[in-house]
Design a protein around this ligand. Structure first.
Ligand code: THU
Length: 141
């Protein structure tokens, strides 16, 4: 699937953002290796901290339904009243770390408007992942 289609799907996902507090709507479209796209939007909460970002909504939906291998994610975000935000909406640190758990940081791509594409490794360098829990602590890396 090409990047501009995935961006369009992220814009579709964004329509469902529940953002009565920030009025900042984010949409994500997560492409898995089977070609299925998982939609996510941010979902805010009156207590604020339970808010879930669009990226985590998408990946948690996928994982909870048995999809574990991912190719890329498109992310679009901006003020709710702007229909097609074109600015770079970087995923928050928590979402980067959640993605890190399930993807290869070297190959997984994050797609943004205006054909901007970054790998997770570029956004979260020297990250801590599952293998760090199992690596030999006496071996220098
Ligand atoms: N938000 C996301 O959905 N994804 C991000 O990566 C950045 C922030 C949401 C959380 C909150 O609902 C709103 O944007 C403002 O921070």
């Amino acid at each position: 699937m090409n990047s501009s289609i995935l961006i369009e799907l992220a814009l579709q996902a964004r329509i469902r953002a529940y953002v009565p507090y920030s009025h900042f709507a984010v949409g994500a479209a997560l492409l898995d290796d089977s070609g299925k796209v998982w939609f996510g939007c941010n979902i805010e909460n009156a207590a604020y901290s339970p808010t879930n970002c669009a990226e985590r909504t998408a990946i948690f939906k996928a994982i909870s339904e048995g999809s574990y291998n991912f190719d890329s994610i498109a992310i679009v975000g901006g003020p709710q009243d702007i229909k097609r935000p074109q600015v770079f909406c970087p995923p928050c640190g928590v979402c980067r770390q959640v993605l890190r758990e399930f993807v290869n940081p070297q190959t997984f791509r994050l797609i943004f408007p205006k054909n901007q594409v970054l790998t997770l490794d570029e956004l979260l360098p020297k990250s801590f992942g599952p293998q760090n829990l199992h690596s030999d602590p006496t071996v220098l890396n």
